[in-house]
Design a protein around this ligand. Sequence first.
Ligand code: ISE
Length: 338
Amino acid sequence: MTLNVGIIGLGAMGSDHVKRISERTGGVNLVAVADLNKALVEKYSKKYDAKGYTDGAALIDSPDVDAVMVVTSPDEEHSQFVLKAIEAGKYVFCEKPLMPTVAACQEIIDAETKHGKRLVQVGFMRRYGKGYIEMKKAIDERQFGEPLIIHATHRNYEVPETYDTPMAISNTAVHEADLLHWLLGEDYESGVTFLPKKQTKYTRSNLHDPQIIMLDTKSGVHIDLEVFVNNHMGYDINCEVVCEEGTISLKTPTDVAIKTKFHREDHIPEEFTERFKDAYDNEIQQWVDSVQNDKLTGPSSWDGLIAMATCDALGKSRDEGGIREPIALPEKPALYND
Ligand code: ISE
């Protein structure tokens, strides 16, 4: 059976998913697209022969649509569509963050729990990247002894004017908030966000850039993370896990490297859609397969809440001038236990 999917949100990430679903994912049909921007709706509905909507709720209600992808921006818009999909009993893939507050994530969890079955998957696509999968295996098997420290960087070439200081955590560091506790297989104990005095000349008054984050896990693994979103160099993601008998580092995948006239050149991706293209492809293929099997396997609403509880603590620490904040989670509903 082919899964009929509708996509809500046709911005940069939404249009990337439209292309992925239409051209590179198996067992799926793009049947509908929605956006408030009529020109985008016309462009993609025509290009991919999908029905166009300016109202996301109408797309969800359509009997032609089996499952929904919510890729709207700003992030605050996610829950209205996720909640509507749960109400309609349809599987829904929601781009990260699930919602930018813990209370809003909890509302989704409550609706899903009431429904009694997992319907929501959150777009933490780094879990599907080959490098991170290999790192996790090495950590799980303790191939180099106990992990002790993680050094990570999350650098973007630049971000739009609408991107502000809180988004460095809720929209950017949220990836590491999810990924690093998944990688280590344990919860966080506490976190700190520190705003260095010296900022890049490429930032503006609404954005403190860069920011330094520290997280400690329950067992005592220490993490430092640099978030620098106007680095004017490229999309540069690094992660080094320091273990008792070795280090495990993520390599930035490039197909070719140049050596010429006494120097080397390596390509640095410009955007996350290029850097993590394979991870996104794997993520969406596995989402489609799991929906076909009627059992979701990817990151859940509960994972969305853990990430946001972590971000909330980090945001509070930043606002209080770098005081260490505990990271507490509400009680986990049984629905999310397997
Ligand atoms: C964006 O939304 C992403 O998900 C990217 O991976 C991240 O690098 C960027 O900072 C976010 O704005």
